[in-house]
Design a protein around this ligand. Structure first.
Ligand code: GLY
Length: 437
């Protein structure tokens, strides 16, 4: 019997719980989160609710339960030292220590690391601690730029000229606010191309890539509206994407591998967990948008349901630093994930509203996200609420499966119905063709 402590209560953690319980090993699941996720609650032997911005209650639970290992899902607790806190009570985690989780929590740390170790993928960039020189650098970049806060802001820390920023003054004003909050801000050259996510298991030395995925950050159909944590994702049966080349993924793997080594050389600490790169295929080659230090959400829902290898064994190899002795195999299936979110999300979401889910068509997987199960039903907490996943031989079929469940949800919600559709994918293919000539 393996006892595993799972930290976090979103859809990402729901699918992690499912993958753990699917193991041929006998798993006892201890769940800890800020609210009661009904999906995780069904799978867990014990479910404790507590804070995630300080770790005393979590440490107490770990001391009481003495799990074999922990998995920490969300970015904030990882950046704030949740893995370090668990290690103080002798629980090792499938997630990185804070010093190497800076890969996600400090964008300047990662840009400097890539530059120092001559790893490809960086755009032109400059870190500022005051407004001095910003206007000149914007000019040097030809007026097209990206501003990144040097800390976690729940998906709201990146602003792109022409998309979120109308003029230089507005950009510099926002950059000033980032400096007030984090002491630094980064200006970068704007990449033009098509994005994809590539997540890798990493034990500090060895990495094992998962299928490539496309995420959709904008809130509304046609990639319009404000940025969100991700409204939906898809992956293809060949583990590539229709608009990227095998060389793009090979380059992404090379960048991830070199970064894992550089992280160790720089900090003396091995990164154990998921290294998740946001990449972009451009005419100038492959660009690295950012690294995250955890499973993506929704991306975890594309890969874990088609993982054929034992997830528990994989986690153990990551933690023990013996990933070279194992392999991660995925089914050759396409997947589409669609999120249902509260009206007004992400800027002004309704909160505390009830949602009801009717009968789900056969073959659809459903994962609970930012909801709270109470005695009289399920209530939304203001962020993404429910996810539906379709799995099939083609993206087109998987899309139809996921979409067939959307109308079963009643409540004040909306969703994007274009994610994974043939029309949207064709747009990506045409865009890449046009760029590559
Ligand atoms: N899907 C974006 C993220 O997990 O950060």
């Amino acid at each position: 019997m393996k006892k595993i402590l799972l930290v976090g209560n979103g859809a990402r953690e729901h699918v992690i719980a499912e993958a753990l319980k699917k193991s041929p090993q006998d798993v006892s699941l201890i769940a800890y989160g800020k609210a009661k996720n009904p999906g995780i609650a069904k799978l867990a032997d014990r479910y404790e609710i507590g804070p995630l911005d300080e770790f005393s209650a979590l440490k107490k639970l770990a001391l009481e339960e003495k799990p074999d290992f922990a998995i920490v899902g969300p970015d904030d607790p990882i950046a704030d030292g949740c893995v370090d806190a668990l290690l103080e009570v002798e629980v090792r985690s499938m997630a990185p220590l804070a010093t190497v989780a800076r890969l996600e929590s400090s964008k300047s740390f990662t840009r400097d690391l890539l530059e120092k170790y001559e790893i490809p993928g960086n755009p032109k960039f400059k870190v500022f601690t005051s407004n001095e020189g910003m206007a000149e650098f914007i000019e040097e970049l030809g007026g097209e730029y990206v501003i990144k806060a040097d800390g976690l802001m729940g998906g709201k820390g990146v602003k792109v000229s022409g998309e979120h920023i109308d003029n230089v003054e507005e950009g510099i004003e926002w950059a000033g606010k980032c400096i007030e909050k984090f002491g630094r801000v980064i200006f970068e050259e704007k990449f033009v191309g098509e994005e994809f996510s590539l997540m890798c298991f990493c034990d500090g030395k060895t990495i094992i890539p998962m299928p490539a995925i496309q995420d959709h950050k904008r809130a509304h159909n046609g990639d319009t509206g404000p940025n969100t944590g991700g409204m939906g994702t898809y992956s293809d049966a060949n583990h590539l994407l229709p608009f990227i080349k095998p060389e793009d993924v090979a380059k992404a793997i090379e960048i991830t591998q070199k970064t894992a080594k550089a992280l160790f050389d720089e900090t003396g600490c091995e990164f154990k967990g998921i290294m998740y790169g946001g990449f972009i295929a451009t005419t100038k080659g492959l660009g690295l948008i950012e690294f995250n230090a955890r499973f993506g959400d929704p991306e975890a829902m594309n890969v874990l349901p088609i993982l054929k290898s034992d997830f528990v064994t994989l986690c153990e190899h990551v933690i023990d630093g013996t990933l070279h002795l194992y392999d991660a195999r995925f089914e050759h299936k396409a997947t589409v994930c669609k999120y249902v979110v509260p009206e007004g999300y992400p800027e002004n979401p309704v909160k505390g509203e009830k949602i009801e889910v009717g009968e789900i068509p056969e073959g659809v997987k459903m994962y609970y996200a930012s909801v709270d199960e109470r005695d009289d039903g399920i209530y939304m907490s203001g962020s993404r609420a429910l996810a539906f996943v379709g799995i099939a031989d083609t993206i087109s079929e998987a899309e139809k499966i996921a979409a067939s469940a959307l109308s079963s949800v009643s409540g004040q919600v909306f969703y994007r119905d274009d994610i994974g559709t043939d029309a949207l994918i064709q747009k990506r293919i045409d865009h890449m063709k046009e760029l590559r000539g």
